[in-house]
Design a protein around this ligand. Structure first.
Ligand SMILES: [Zn+2]
Length: 336
């Protein structure tokens, strides 16, 4: 049984293709982070190798091995894999390099060891550097019939158009809040209220929602970060710059923190405009209302633009500390 919730049209198409034995040699799943691209790839790998009638069955040896990441014919080509291959640490990997893709090229021509298909999953394929991408292109041009490549990316535009054109592309959409809330109750056993809150906060991303419901850290971190955010308008310039400096020391967190900020300031604007029912941070309505009353709509939308600008600059490799310092100086001071 497919374990994917909400992307029914993709699952239906893939299931038909498998039943009719018309599987493409390359698929690209695109969509927001944590929306389910990796789970879908693993599920498809299971369906392609499962020997039961209802594929993927989820309980045969092959399905189990893929779940546990030990199936000899299903490989995940990511930075973890590259670190192992090179005998280096994960921290030393910042892009997928050509040697890693060359290893795929060599491996793909060998026949499957115990399954029907060899499946290579390349999550976040945008992390390939240009040489690696060009190397992959050659593999995509003439893949052996027993092999299937599954690529994922947040946006197809981040990949070489020549790679995209050789894949069958499926764009995964954000899921409705009620679909996520129901699944959280079913799968994670959380209360209805908690499920509704997490579903709202997930903004349509099932993977994020499940992690948040299970790990006990994501929600605590969100609260801590929002507390810091709430304190910032009331502190002086030196403390704000100090905050920017501290955050810039954790580059992998900046994106997440800025997303959270954006959701907060969007909520402030919604509350200020009388559209409370559309807010994301539903559990913090009182502080939202209090802060919203201190700012003009113009200030609120101005700061949202500043956050977006900072995100774009960081994507273009701006210096994180400088970009965050400028953002801190743009933070509007509320009027009491
Ligand atoms: Zn199975």
């Amino acid at each position: 049984m497919w374990q994917i919730v909400g992307h029914d049209w993709v699952v239906a198409l893939l299931r038909n293709r498998i039943a009719e034995d018309r599987v493409s040699h390359a698929y690209l799943f695109t969509g927001a982070p944590h929306i389910g691209k990796r789970s879908l790839s693993l599920n498809l790998a299971q369906a392609l190798n499962c020997k039961e009638e209802e594929r993927p069955c989820g309980h045969c040896t092959s399905c189990h091995k893929i779940d546990e990441g030990i199936h000899p014919d299903v490989r995940i080509i990511d930075l973890h894999h590259q670190a192992l291959l090179r005998g280096e640490t994960l921290a030393q990997q910042n892009e997928l390099r050509i040697d890693t893709v060359r290893a795929v090229e060599a491996d793909i021509s060998l026949r499957p060891f115990e399954g029907q298909r060899k499946v290579f999953i390349i999550p976040e394929a945008e992390i390939m550097n240009p040489q690696a991408a060009n190397c992959l292109l050659k593999t995509l041009e003439e893949p052996p019939p027993h092999a299937v490549l599954l690529l994922t990316a947040s946006d197809a535009r981040l990949l070489l158009p020549t790679i995209v054109s050789r894949c069958q592309v499926f764009g995964l959409r954000l899921l409705p809040t009620d679909v996520i809330a129901k699944e959280l109750q079913r799968r994670c056993g959380v209360s209805e209220a908690q499920a509704c809150l997490i579903a709202r906060l997930s903004e349509g991303r099932m993977g994020w929602a499940i992690t948040a419901a299970q790990d006990g850290i994501t929600l605590t971190q969100r609260e801590e970060r929002l507390q810091q955010l709430l304190a910032l308008p009331n502190v002086g310039r030196i403390d704000r710059l100090d905050y920017a400096a501290q955050l810039s020391r954790h580059p992998h967190l900046i994106g997440e923190v800025l997303e959270l900020w954006l959701s907060w300031w969007r909520d402030l604007l919604l509350v200020r405009s009388g559209c409370e029912e559309m807010i994301t941070n539903v559990d913090l309505f009182a502080p939202l209302e209090k802060q919203a009353s201190k700012h003009s709509p113009r200030d609120l939308s101005g700061f949202m633009k500043a956050i977006r600008r900072t995100m774009m600059q960081l994507e273009l490799n701006a210096n994180p500390r400088l970009a965050l310092e400028v953002l801190m100086l743009d933070l509007p001071v509320g009027t009491d």
